[in-house]
Ligand binder design. Structure first.
Ligand code: GLY
Length: 400
């Protein structure tokens, strides 16, 4: 055989192998989504019977429903229905999403905490993205207005928690801002885009810039809580609430930061946000103490590894964020994404159909210092997993 003929044969063979590989990968992604959908259909039936939103399991392994008068996790359940609608195009998921988000629509007026971005962007925000229903847009604008009441331009941040009652009152904080708050910026950016009013995105950018300046250590791990002086914006303390120690790296906090700065880059194309997201990704992916399957312990500095709980919610948020970051960055995150997604889809983390009180994933952690939700399913772990699966399905793995 001549050299040219051999070359053509080799090229055809490589092409055939690559096509086969990507077909197998596509089938695997489809079957993972369809397995998740079956389990989530059972959870939705439970929720319909009670007309309530599932949050997690209590210490006795019984369903813990989201609080009716406000729960920071209430948007995730209808948000998951929206992702299943996007992935399957089955109208029943749209009907379920609309029904469950309507249960908390009037919370759009609340101004008592920062979680409105989580709640309304994951529910009504996805609903508007997929249906362009004007009524959903109005809900998002009202929620963003309520959220903006918590922005103090002297600090350059949205205040996360009020400190007048609850356990937050005991901590001596004046103006606590948590890394999780980066997740509320997407609602502000989106409403700015929808209305043409830059007040929302200006506040979001200031919040991101202040967080970038004060929340991170040299290794790009982040503090959980920065407390500010509301009169002059000075940093009063750098602490934790849900992590192992003030100087530790709480796993979900790192994931919130990665996701938040990736979203900031999506809306602004400011290279500083892309750099920040890449550096946080680098910290997460290359952390030596994380087990081989890529699912982190609940805190990167948890002291008793390997006998510490993993936090699957941190892994799902990270995976979803990395799939988006992969589109913007020159670095390829393909292998980190594949590793986490394959681990999550395994029996170790995915419940068998009908088990786990019908949540999709096992082994998440809410807050160990508060003794809450330890090694349980969480509705936001399922939400970010469904988001990641939807994004993963359309990810161009061979792009880089
Ligand atoms: N504040 C949200 C969380 O627990 O991650």
């Amino acid at each position: 055989m001549k050299f040219n003929q051999t070359l053509i044969l080799l090229l055809c063979l490589t092409f055939f192998i690559n096509c086969k590989k990507s077909t197998e990968a596509e089938i695997k992604k489809e079957s993972t989504i369809s397995k998740a959908e079956k389990q989530f259909a059972l959870l939705t039936k439970d929720a319909e019977d009670q007309n309530r939103i599932p949050r997690t399991l209590d210490a006795q392994g019984q369903m813990h429903w989201a609080h009716k008068n406000f729960d920071w996790t209430e948007g995730f359940f209808p948000g998951s229905c929206w992702y299943l609608f996007e992935a399957t195009k089955d109208k029943k998921w749209q009907i379920a999403a609309e029904k469950f988000q309507a249960l908390f629509e009037d919370h759009k007026y609340l101004t008592t905490n920062h979680d409105l971005g989580f709640v309304f962007n994951c529910s009504y925000g996805n609903g508007y993205r997929l249906t362009k229903n004007e009524a959903f847009k109005k809900v998002m604008i009202t929620a963003a207005d309520s959220l903006l009441t918590r922005f103090n331009p002297t600090v350059g941040c949205i205040k996360s928690w009020d400190v007048t009652n609850g356990w937050q009152k005991e901590r001596g904080w004046e103006y606590p801002v948590i890394i999780d708050n980066m997740m509320n910026l997407e609602l502000l950016f989106e409403v700015s885009k929808l209305t043409g009013n830059t007040t929302y995105s200006d506040a979001a950018k200031m919040h991101a810039n202040t967080t970038l300046k004060n929340h991170f250590r040299e290794d790009y791990s982040s503090y959980h809580v920065i407390d500010y002086n509301p009169e002059n914006g000075a940093v009063r303390s750098k602490q934790t609430a849900q992590g192992f120690a003030h100087e530790s790296a709480w796993a979900r906090g790192q994931a919130w930061g990665l996701y938040g700065f990736t979203v900031c880059y999506r809306y602004t194309k400011d290279i500083a946000y892309l750099n920040q997201a890449e550096q946080i990704a680098n910290f997460i992916i290359n952390y030596k103490g994380t087990p081989k399957d890529g699912i982190p312990y609940w805190d990167y500095n948890a002291p008793n590894t390997p006998n510490e709980p993993r936090d699957v919610s941190a892994a799902t948020i990270t995976a979803s964020a990395l799939i988006e970051l992969n589109k913007y960055s020159k670095t390829s995150y393909n292998s980190a994404i594949d590793k986490i997604m394959n681990s999550l889809a395994s029996d170790v983390y995915t419940a068998k159909l009908g088990e786990n009180k019908h949540f999709i994933l096992k082994h998440s952690v809410g807050s160990i210092p508060h003794g809450n939700e330890i090694d349980v399913p969480l509705n936001y772990a399922d939400y970010y997993y469904l988001e990641a699966l939807t994004r993963y399905k359309s990810m161009e793995l061979n792009k880089k």
